[in-house]
Design a protein around this ligand. Sequence first.
Ligand code: PMP
Length: 330
Amino acid sequence: MKYANSILELIGDTPLVKLGPLAEGLAPTILVKVEYLNPGGSSKDRIASRIIDAAEAEGKLKPGGTIVEPTSGNTGIGLALVAQQRGYRCVFVLPDKVGEEKRNVLRAYGAEVVVTPTSVAPDSPESYYSVSDRLAREIPGAFKPDQYSNPNGPLSHYETTGPEIWRDTEGRVTHFVAGVGTGGTISGVGRYLKEVSEGRVQIIGADPEGSVYSGGSGRPYLVEGVGEDFWPSAYDGSVVDRIIASSDAESFDITRRLAREEGLLVGGSSGLAVSAALKLAADLGPDDIVVVLLPDGGRGYLGKVFNDKWMQSYGFIQLSTEKTVGDVLK
Ligand code: PMP
């Protein structure tokens, strides 16, 4: 019989898919790595698993322990999934701007959610950083993973994502493109591919215009999960050859085209990464093989990038594509 002993065994080993219509007219082969096929729906399952393994090995997490982290997104889902399978309690601290749907996903996996006001300064005792620090200090047996500084985040990509890309391209990958948030993905995959190829593989970060990685100061942009207004220690710039910035409009346009033309319903940071890869590919040749990491799926963004009214309200599209029966029968 073929089965997994736990859903955790199914983390990683995600497939590469060749881009079709979106890569038309471009010389290189562009392959996307589909991370939404992880059990929790994103690449963050990988870091959650490695971070919890390491915390257990280092004695930071003991039976009955509690994981406390300020996170609203994919990292929370990954941590909640691994934690429940290992018998840990999970408490996530979220700002009140995080929508009900996202809170409910975390609760569905059995996590507890503490909501904090957005409209307070980061150093206020009510801020989401302060509240999570306090809970981590005061809950007995609490462990705070801190994905921005935990070396096991990049390490998980060094040990799994990087080797999978090298294996599946039979060592022929020439360029790797990923969006940069904490920097864990690009740093871990980048270090592995640089080492194994003796520096031959080029590592390219995709960044939302305005974020620090492309020289900005963190001006608000709408693509989620990528870009920062500070330099996290999980980011290792020494393995990154180039940063390519894209606007929200470019990222969202590509995100929608990935769903419509490639059958890949993915989030806006995937559109950002593919947008950077397309700009890069314009200068490459037919022997180049570009691998682009798509971090998560699009279901979590149906109210935003896939909502015509939302897109229209920011001026990203002109007309709503909502049709009446009459339009369709015409
Ligand atoms: N895309 C999404 C949707 C994410 O949640 C993240 C993680 N913040 C990233 C991209 C960036 O990955 P990393 O933190 O490894 O740089």
